[in-house]
Design a protein around this ligand. Structure first.
Ligand SMILES: Cc1ncc(COP(=O)(O)O)c(C=O)c1O
Length: 477
């Protein structure tokens, strides 16, 4: 079957557009499959160039003698694959990165296939360009100048007392943590803390059904068994602990990672009750507690019972993961065991960095930096939410009240295709399923975890634009 659609004013518009000759061949997928192949082929061979607007469903359907839905579904499939883009108000167009392969290309178009991503929306890293170099350097200079000679010796396995004191003040004030310097242990980031705690705990530890696989493997690598607690919109269902044999639980209470909500107040109380009743331990991963935007600050769970909750923090989101600096505030009964596990020097953090961070906090630079970054990330978060409202209003975005990432809910079964479509648009982004615990049920379903902290400022608008291009169209569009 062939079709020729009539010319339009914009040379790249097939409205009733410029000549669009399609030959629908027999093959798998019936008429929809035939149309998808024909369109893909037209893009691949360069007959349809980037930016070309395709005819509305109705006119192409009428022209080819197909049902309107068949055309809509074929367009949607090609959008999800990254060949086409759909934008409200500007119709369906050939994607800018879907150029024909080398040799068949017309004009000086860029490379056709997904190569090195131009935009990094993988969650995890803060904006590296925003590291407060000047203030950090000033703190380093002051700290080094003031450091006593003994600071250059092996020191206290808990870490420098200057830092532990500064952290106690800061955490009490900003996060509601109840701490004294004797119970604070400095470690190489959250991962360093988890590695140590894995050696101290035994038996089974409950983890959230969504989280970082790397963290789970640190626990299993230390010989612990893990059991997953279902995550819903109120965080982990801690009532499931009662039916498990877990003697500890790891929670991202202030901002569930990665789904984004705070643990419901009743569940906060319930998990502490569980720990008290059973002698269990709660590990609280407060990885981005500083970055909250529109919701009431959620204080640390540790404040409810410092004898049952290990509070764990890190500068990886607030400053940089490259510093490898984190801290634990431990219940009294765990301090000795953790120090023993820490051993002789092997998992210590640089004393000079510790002294620098102590000065950075005590001088107010940390608060200033966090406030500045909160405004910065909030602007980015707003830009992401606005772009989605404008370009993809049918995509629900959640987990935006805090942190450096958001979750975009996708229609069931589309996650992999959308991640691939994003790669075609030059965007590195991860699907939500990547964070699902192996043994967990598939709730909340398909999604994208969009980290908005990483791209440099000049690339952020482009990253959003490219992301929106990769999203599936609204049903029926
Ligand atoms: C869930 C979660 N916990 C903790 C951290 C901090 O890890 P670390 O301090 O080991 O860099 C991160 C990343 O920054 C994270 O995503």
């Amino acid at each position: 079957m062939t079709s020729v659609v009539n010319p339009a004013e914009d040379p790249r518009d097939t409205g009733p557009g410029s000549d669009l000759h399609l030959e629908l061949s027999d093959g798998p997928g019936g008429r929809r499959g035939a149309l998808t192949r024909a369109l893909r082929d037209a893009v691949r061979t360069g007959r349809l160039t980037p930016g070309t607007r395709l005819p509305p469903y109705r006119s192409l359907a009428a022209d080819l003698g197909l049902a309107r839905n068949t055309v809509a579904e074929a367009y949607a499939e090609l959008v999800a694959e990254g060949w086409l883009t759909a934008r409200q108000g500007s119709g369906t167009r050939v994607a800018h990165r879907a150029e024909p392969p080398e040799g068949r290309r017309r004009g000086p178009a860029p490379a056709p296939r997904p190569g090195r991503p131009a935009y990094d929306l993988v969650q995890g890293t803060p904006d590296a360009a925003a590291f407060p170099r000047t203030a950090w350097l000033a703190s380093a200079r002051r700290a080094l100048t003031a450091a006593p000679n003994e600071a250059f010796g092996p020191g206290d396995p808990r870490g420098r007392v200057e830092l532990r004191r500064a952290l106690c003040d800061y955490l009490a004030r900003a996060r509601g943590v109840r701490a004294d310097p004797g119970r604070v242990v400095i470690c190489p980031g959250f991962a360093g803390a988890l590695r140590l705690l894995g050696r101290v705990l035994d038996g089974t530890i409950a983890v959230e059904s969504y989280g970082l696989g790397f963290h789970r493997s640190l626990l299993t690598g230390a010989g612990l068994a893990t059991v997953a607690l279902t995550v819903d919109e109120h965080g982990a269902r801690v009532e499931e602990l009662a039916a498990s044999d877990a003697s500890a639980v790891l929670l991202t209470a202030a901002h569930q990672f990665p789904t984004g909500g705070p643990l419901h107040p009743e569940r906060r109380a319930a998990v502490v009750d569980w720990a008290r009743a059973t002698g269990g331990v709660v590990l609280e991963d407060d990885y981005d507690g500083e970055f909250r935007y529109d919701r009431k600050p959620v204080g640390a769970l540790q404040g409810l019972d410092p004898e049952r909750v290990v509070y764990i923090g890190s500068v990886s989101k607030s400053l940089s993961p490259a510093l490898r600096l984190g801290w634990m505030v431990l219940p009294g009964h765990l301090v000795d065991a953790v120090l023993e596990a820490k051993g002789e020097r092997e998992s210590w953090s640089s004393t000079l960095d510790q002294l620098t961070l102590a000065d950075f906090i005590a001088s107010g630079s940390y608060d200033r930096h966090v406030r500045r970054m909160r405004r910065h990330y909030r602007r980015r978060r707003d830009a992401l939410v606005e772009a989605l409202a404008l370009r993809a209003p049918h995509i629900r975005v959640t987990g935006v009240a805090a942190g450096l990432h958001a979750v975009l809910e996708l229609p069931p079964g589309t996650e992999r295709t959308v991640v691939r479509a994003a790669a075609w648009q030059g965007v590195a982004v991860e699907g939500l399923s990547l964070y699902r615990h192996g043994g967990a049920a598939g709730v909340p379903g398909d999604g994208l975890v969009v980290g908005y902290g990483t791209p440099p400022e000049h690339a952020f608008a482009g990253a959003l634009e490219a992301l929106c291009e990769a999203l599936p169209p609204a049903p029926g569009e």
